[in-house]
Design a protein around this ligand. Structure first.
Ligand code: DQA
Length: 150
């Protein structure tokens, strides 16, 4: 069974309360339950991790390289400027999919840049919580193709 890790970055723990007009009214716990169900449907063993701290996300990416087969990450605002998270993704040899609830390309200018995009296998943005499920689909497609990463 493939093991996948879903990482939520800063402020995503407040989903449901945080700017519901942009991020929706589903609570963080509900979204995580749905992620777990969707992962199970795809035959994955799934773990979910959230942190508001850049270093903790980097540590988790490092640990994940020996434990998981793939990662879905919503790096929150770190997406737009964290070269350290980019380097951590680049350093590990497992496929990583970048996801966002909102459409980062139709909001403030600074959000349309992702410094992690080029080291991820895909960027999925703007489908609400479904972005995470589509991220799981990307991993499934990669596992089925048997692609090698380095
Ligand atoms: C986000 C988009 C980011 O610009 C923002 O900083 C977030 C959430 C999203 O899921 O739409 O925290 O990653």
């Amino acid at each position: 069974m493939k093991k996948v890790l879903v990482i939520h970055g800063p402020n995503l723990n407040l989903l449901g309360e945080r700017e519901p007009g942009i991020y929706g009214t589903d609570s963080f716990d509900n979204i995580n339950n749905e992620i777990m169900q969707n992962a199970k449907k795809r035959g994955f063993d799934c773990e979910i991790f959230q942190s508001n701290h850049e270093g903790a996300i980097i540590d988790k990416l490092h640990e994940a390289r020996k434990v998981f087969d793939g990662i879905v990450i919503n790096a929150g605002a770190y997406t737009h400027y964290s070269y350290a998270i980019r380097d951590a993704i680049s350093a590990i040899k497992i496929p990583v999919v970048e996801v966002h609830l909102s459409d980062i390309h139709s909001r403030e200018g600074f959000r349309s840049q992702s410094v992690i995009k080029d080291v991820c296998i895909a960027q999925i943005s703007g489908y609400g919580k479904k972005s995470y499920f589509l991220g799981l689909d990307e991993l499934k497609a990669v596992f089925e193709k048997g692609d090698q990463f380095d």
